[in-house]
Design a protein around this ligand. Structure first.
Ligand SMILES: Nc1nc2c(ncn2[C@@H]2O[C@H](COP(=O)(O)OP(=O)(O)OP(=O)(O)O)[C@@H](O)[C@H]2O)c(=O)[nH]1
Ligand SMILES: [Mg+2]
Length: 861
């Protein structure tokens, strides 16, 4: 649920079209729980007024205006490793664009986007939060995401709906573990990127090292659009804009005044002299010649990188070469800032094929109010609008199809994706209801619209529409293509697609088929995947009265957070599974603070598994149905263990048919039919026979696969789920009837599999334990020894200190990682970040541990 802070009660703002520009008055109406609706006016273009103007562009606007409005939208995500400064940068963006009147601070818990109590208390982001601002005639919708690995689903769903990403890096650390992960997520959705090397003010900041690590670790070609500018004492003093050939310094209240010095004209052709200010306030006496030289060299590199991939810029460069009699330096100088910026935009929005993508790199220090305005300029200038993106949809058969370009025209079908759910008190109904965040891809959603949820086969009626400003909803008259907003919806979950078709015209998209392109109906958009949980605990309500409250609260929380799972085991104990200790710690805190539920986590549940050590076979087993022999089959159960001791996390139990068996089954079918033909019986043709045989094989395969799924849930050794087993069908023959029936065959498949499992000797089985990959990153490398010894104390299987000397990777049994986060923090005095994920399952050999597990499961040897 959205935890409304005590100091700012929910204020639902409803905007009438009431902007009176001549007199500078902005009118609106608000709803507060205590006072109801009221009209107010302001002399400043407040945040809500700007929303109103922005959203009015969609309503009743002509096609041209609506198209322009889409082109002016920038839906942007800010991603990075934990603590890189995403929230601090967002806070500066809100301030410079006039949305906030003061700059909030992460360390004192006063930022706009970290509004949850848990976020303010810990100084970290837990949930992604959306804010909107206007910058240079663009409407920027910004999603500030968390950097901690436990909240990775928040990044995943933000990446799914944004059109561009700003990736932040800590200038003293370069690419860190989670920066790599979040960038992989953005690549998955092919979202164009900008890089911002933050914290340039730190004593150990190293711009060149950061750029090198971006190049090496992310396999991109950095495009240095800025260089850091240092003061006489060596401290960070601003940025050099390589394309515009200016030096930018930031002064005034919180760096809100940008002073630009032209480096090109004033420095003269020899690059020796100083410069005079151009634009901005405050004059800068001179720039050092080495700054000018560095800028020229960087500009030369940028031109070379861009002309290598962009034909338009190459042509412009050749024209300049002709005009300057082949003087390359002069031709480069004559390329306008605008031409270079346009080329950067083309390369970012449509990355060149067959070579590493170009990644524009900017730098700054948000906490020192340096470099954020140029970053906003770069967002508007280089990142795509919804009109530049070509999202894909899926047909009813799951075939990917390209959606038509984003259009808000009334004749176009409306399609939107629900990417996040929170709970809030409905302003009119007074009840807590799911508030669903939507990204509109096509058409327009208006109040009272009826939307079909194809993902769930339900229909929803939208009442009112909102744009969220962190935890403050602002009512808007519509949500048009390209926009991000929210509505109270009952049946919609994260990842669901909502549709409305004008006059029953289905949304058509182009699908590529062998003979060209055909129009296909778009049925859903691609959903949002939740990562598998890595840690489970049993949870118990403090009193009997609290049990139902706990269940209801967990139901709400799982709806909000798809990476949280709640289940009940065979003993009726409730089990919560999540992405790590911090994730579950936050859930417990929310249960107590938001839901006032008293409960506690009991034991950690280690997800042990069972597996097979040696191949088991059954020959010509006759399966019965209704006491009559139905089919005769031969099966093998084969272990998927590597080196007899480990298997991957995705080596789930599976079924397949032996290739030789499939070939002989098809051949046998044909032979049988030929014999029947010779005996004078009609078979309907050879092609038909093969089709029937293939259909039978399909039925056999799906039936055996579901039998494997069902039978392997309880292993024969300790009743634990089985993992890493492959069941192979080596022969099959029907002994009764002519048509294979799924139900009868399923009975046979299950009984033969259960017989095989029961007959397996204990020595041929083993317990598997989950092994975690633990990654520790240190901000202070002196603690590396403490980390290595603490990992060894926790019986790590392997410990590798990484090349950078400040991170360690280790493989540790999950049972030894419980509470490790807290212990590690103490050992290194808070200078470490720890990330864990399931690495593999390992055969458990320690007799004492095995007997303890069996005892805990109520099995005595
Ligand atoms: N020295 C320095 N510190 C900074 C800068 N930007 C942010 N910080 C500090 O870095 C810490 C983390 O900042 P956040 O803005 O919370 O970082 P984040 O990336 O949002 O962190 P998560 O959301 O928790 O992943 C805070 O203590 C900030 O004050 C900067 O430019 N220079
Ligand atoms: Mg943050």
């Amino acid at each position: 649920m959205i935890p409304w802070p005590a100091r700012s009660r929910p204020r639902w703002t409803r905007w009438a079209a009431a902007h009176v520009p001549q007199r500078g008055l902005y009118l609106g109406s608000t709803w507060t729980p205590s006072r109801g609706f009221g009209i107010f006016c302001s002399t400043a273009p407040s945040r809500a007024a700007s929303f109103a103007t922005h959203h009015r562009r969609g309503v009743g606007a002509g096609a041209q205006e609506a198209g322009d409005a889409v082109a002016r939208i920038r839906n942007i995500g800010i991603v990075a490793h934990i603590d890189a400064g995403k929230t601090t940068t967002t806070e500066r963006m809100l301030f410079y664009s006039g949305v906030t009147k003061r700059v909030g601070d992460v360390d004192s818990g006063t930022t706009t986007t970290d509004f949850m109590k848990e976020e303010a208390d810990r100084g970290i982001t837990i949930q992604s939060a959306a804010v909107s601002l206007q910058w240079k005639s663009c409407d920027i919708n910004l999603i500030d995401t968390p950097g901690h690995v436990d909240f990775t689903v928040e990044v995943e769903r933000a990446m799914r709906v944004v059109d561009g990403v700003v990736a932040l890096f800590d200038a003293s650390a370069g690419v860190q573990a989670q920066s790599y992960t979040v960038l992989q997520q953005s690549r998955k959705f092919q979202v164009p990127l900008l890089a911002f090397v933050n914290k340039m003010d730190k004593y150990n900041a190293d711009f060149q090292m950061s750029v090198a690590s971006i190049r090496d670790k992310l396999q991109v070609e950095p495009l240095l659009l800025q260089l850091p500018l240092h003061g006489e004492d060596g401290s960070f003093a601003g940025v050099v804009d390589v394309l515009a050939q200016t030096a930018c310094r930031f002064g005034g209240q919180n760096g809100s005044e940008v002073q630009r010095t032209n480096l090109d004209e004033a420095s003269g052709a020899d690059g020796q002299r100083a410069s005079s200010p151009s634009g901005g306030t405050g004059a800068v006496a001179h720039e050092l010649p080495h700054v000018v030289r560095a800028m020229r060299s960087a500009r030369h590199d940028v031109v070379a990188q861009l002309t290598a991939v962009d034909d338009t810029l190459s042509e412009q460069f050749i024209e300049q070469l002709d005009a300057t009699d082949g003087d390359e330096a002069e031709a480069e100088r004559r390329l306008s800032t605008w031409a270079l910026q346009a080329a950067v935009r083309r390369c970012v929005v449509h990355p060149p094929h067959g070579r590493p993508p170009l990644l524009p790199v900017l730098c700054g220090a948000s906490r020192r109010d340096q470099g954020v305005q140029p970053l906003l300029d770069a967002i508007t200038c280089y990142l795509p609008s919804p009109a530049d993106r070509h999202p894909t949809g899926l047909t009813r058969d799951g075939i990917p199809v390209a959606l038509p370009p984003a259009s808000a025209a009334r004749t176009v079908s409306t399609v939107a994706l629900a990417f996040k759910v929170t709970h809030a008190v409905h302003p009119l109904k007074g009840q807590r209801l799911p508030l669903v965040f939507l990204r509109v891809y096509s058409g327009m959603i208006t109040p009272r619209a009826q939307l079909a949820n194809h993902s769930r086969g339900q229909t929803e009626v939208v009442e009112k529409l909102y744009v969220m400003h962190a935890n403050q909803p602002v009512e808007v008259p519509c949500l048009a293509a390209g926009q991000i907003g929210a509505a109270f919806l009952t049946h919609t979950y994260t990842g669901d697609t909502l549709f409305a078709h004008p006059s029953q015209h289905l949304l058509q998209a182009k699908a590529r088929v062998k003979k060209g392109e055909v129009k296909e109906e778009v049925y859903t958009l691609e959903g949002i995947d939740a990562p598998p949980a890595v840690i489970s605990f049993s949870i118990e309500a403090a009193t009997r009265n609290q049990v139902e409250l706990l269940k209801d609260a967990l139901a709400e929380l799982t709806r909000e957070d798809p990476s949280l799972r709640v289940s009940e085991n065979e003993q009726g104990t409730m089990v919560v599974s999540g992405m790590g200790e911090l994730h579950l710690e936050i859930i417990m805190s929310r249960l107590s603070n938001e839901y006032q539920v008293k409960c506690r986590l009991l034991r950690a549940i280690i997800e042990y598994r069972e597996t097979l050590r040696t191949t088991q076979a059954v020959e010509k087993h006759v399966g019965f149905f209704n006491e009559l022999p139905y089919a005769e089959c031969s099966l093998e159960m084969r272990p998927l263990l590597e080196d007899g001791e480990r298997c991957g996390p995705n080596d789930h139990c599976r079924f397949r048919m032996d290739n030789a068996f499939v070939a002989s089954y098809l051949a046998g079918y044909q032979q049988q039919q030929q014999q029947q033909q010779r005996g004078g019986m009609s078979s309907g043709g050879r092609a038909n026979d093969v089709r029937n045989a293939k259909e039978e094989l399909r039925v056999i395969s799906t039936t055996f696969q579901s039998a494997v799924d069902a039978c392997m849930r309880l292993g024969p050794l300790a009743g634990l789920p089985m993992h890493g087993v492959e069941v192979v069908l080596t022969s099959f023959r029907k002994t009764a009837g002519s048509v294979l029936q799924g139900k009868s065959l399923s009975h046979v498949a299950r009984s033969v599999l259960l017989d095989m499992l029961r007959a397996t000797r204990k020595d041929d089985l083993a317990l598997l334990e989950p092994m975690m990959e633990v990654e520790v990153h240190l901000s202070e490398p002196t603690y590396i020894g403490n980390v290595v010894s603490s990992l060894n104390e926790h019986k790590a299987l392997t410990v590798d200190v990484q090349e950078d000397g400040r991170s360690v990777k280790a493989i540790v049994a999950m049972r030894n990682t419980l509470h490790y986060t807290m212990e590690l923090r103490k050992a290194v005095k808070g200078h470490a970040n720890l990330f864990m994920k399931l690495h593999h399952y390992q055969v458990l050999e320690e007799k004492t541990v095995i007997s303890r597990i069996l005892k805990n499961l109520g099995i005595t040897e």
